[in-house]
Ligand binder design. Structure first.
Ligand code: NAP
Ligand code: MG
Length: 398
């Protein structure tokens, strides 16, 4: 059989159980069908340590060049991992390094099957959460006010102009917090959201609280509106999709009543809270995809979950595990499909769709890993090991 040819993408290998799945997915589900062309970077913790983490920087730079990357889950080291791996230092999270280099926004969406029903019964299509991952309460200055006193907001400009605003005259103890964000970060966030909604051909919602926070949230709203009108409105109209802003409380009520199938952009804190709410309501962490989209049009695909350490230790003892590879498979199909779209390689796009369908058909037929078997509906559920599940997908694909 002729294998499908492709232009290169960046491949970032990772750690533990997901590294094991990574190789199985390539060997069983991709290499037999595609003349896989990747620039390979080994982001396993050991190799990051050996290269003083330069491999992560190189992988991010390669992503700027090739525009599409697929990443395996990686360990973010803590003190215990430093000991376990005898690390030179506590390296930064690879995702943080890559995000900083690509200036991106993370989009998360659930993979749906009829076997695992969302808790919200009207939801028929995935809701994608786009969380602004910079600033606000995550970079705030806080103070525990000890007693009577006056709190002011002071800004001193480069040319000496000074703004002073009264926050509160305290009669007794209390708390105080100063938050900020930057226009360039909000603009990059907005562009990533518009780009992503275009690539999914779905509506984009943005919600905040500008009725109360007229300057702060008002700036977010204005930035989105301006960029939409100047750069994206025409393309949205052509595709028949829309962008709108609505208050966060209204958006929450509308999201619950909706059928799903839209991108929901949220400020940092709102996105943190809503992404956990939405992913839990859809079912399982092992079925969440994640993609980093940069405003310059670079795409990095991965699974939302981690390296599944508990399963890896069982694997090391020689046990067969039932770890769910679906989100990692969808990271691959996302990247292959995007490569195909960018190059007009219809065969590659069609392969990505076929592999996704083979995964979903396998689950629909009642064959799945343990995490899903515990949630799924039906009398005919069979819990498979990862290897058996991947073999079942392979036979459908063939
Ligand atoms: P995790 O790897 O996502 O696993 C947490 C638990 O969720 C697992 O123990 C397992 O539950 C379940 N689970 C997650 N993915 C699954 C899958 N594919 N199939 C079946 N069950 C799955 O999170 P963690 O244990 O907190 O973190 C482990 C390592 O991953 C850490 O070193 C962390 O730094 C790293 N991490 C990396 C990323 C990333 O690279 N993007 C993200 C998060 C965490 P049961 O054990 O109950 O079966
Ligand atoms: Mg959270």
């Amino acid at each position: 059989m002729d294998r499908i040819r492709m232009n290169p993408i960046v491949e970032m290998d990772g750690d533990e159980m997901t590294r094991v799945l990574w190789q199985m997915i390539k060997d069983e589900l991709i290499l037999p069908f595609v003349e896989l062309n990747t620039e390979y970077y080994d982001l396993s913790l050991r190799h990051r340590d050996d290269t003083d983490d330069m491999v992560t920087v190189d992988a991010a730079e390669a992503t700027k060049r090739l525009k599409v990357a697929v990443k395996c889950a990686t360990i973010t080291p803590n003190a215990q991992r430093q000991k376990e791996y005898d690390l030179k230092k506590l390296w930064k999270s690879p995702n943080a390094t890559i995000r900083a280099a690509l200036d991106g926004t993370v989009f998360r969406a659930p993979i749906m099957t009829s076997r695992v029903k969302p808790y919200v019964r009207t939801w028929k299509a995935p809701i994608t959460i786009a969380r602004h991952a910079f600033g606000d309460v995550y970079k705030a200055c806080e103070y525990k006010v000890p007693g009577k006193g006056r709190a002011e907001l002071v800004f001193t400009g480069k040319d000496g102009e000074i703004f002073t605003g009264l926050i509160n005259n305290f009669d007794g103890p209390g708390v105080l917090q100063g938050q900020f964000n930057r226009d360039d970060s909000i603009e990059a966030f907005a562009r990533s959201c518009f780009e992503y909604a275009l690539s999914l051909k779905q509506d984009l919602w943005f919600s905040a609280k500008d009725t109360i926070s007229k300057q702060y949230d008002g700036t977010f709203k204005q930035v989105f509106q301006k960029i939409y009108e100047e750069e994206y409105q025409a393309r949205f109209k052509t595709l028949g999709i829309e962008y709108f802003y609505t208050l966060i409380d209204d958006a929450v009520a509308r999201a619950i009543r909706s059928k799903g199938g839209f991108v929901w952009a949220l400020k940092n804190y709102d996105g943190d809270v809503m992404s956990d709410m939405v992913s839990t309501a859809f079912g399982s962490l092992a079925m969440m995809t994640s993609v980093l989209v940069s405003p310059h049009g670079y795409f990095e695909y991965e699974a939302a979950h981690g390296t599944v350490t508990r399963h890896y230790y069982k694997y090391l003892k020689g046990e067969q595990t039932s770890t769910n590879p679906v989100a990692t498979i969808f990271a691959w199909t996302g990247a292959l499909n995007k490569r195909g779209e960018m190059d007009g390689n219809a065969e590659l796009c069609a392969f990505a769709k076929r592999l996704e369908k083979a995964c979903l058909d396998t689950i629909e037929a009642g064959e799945m890993t343990g995490d899903l078997a515990a949630l799924a509906e039906g009398e005919d559920i069979r819990k498979l090991t990862s290897a058996e599940f991947i073999a079942a997908i392979r036979s459908r694909l063939e």
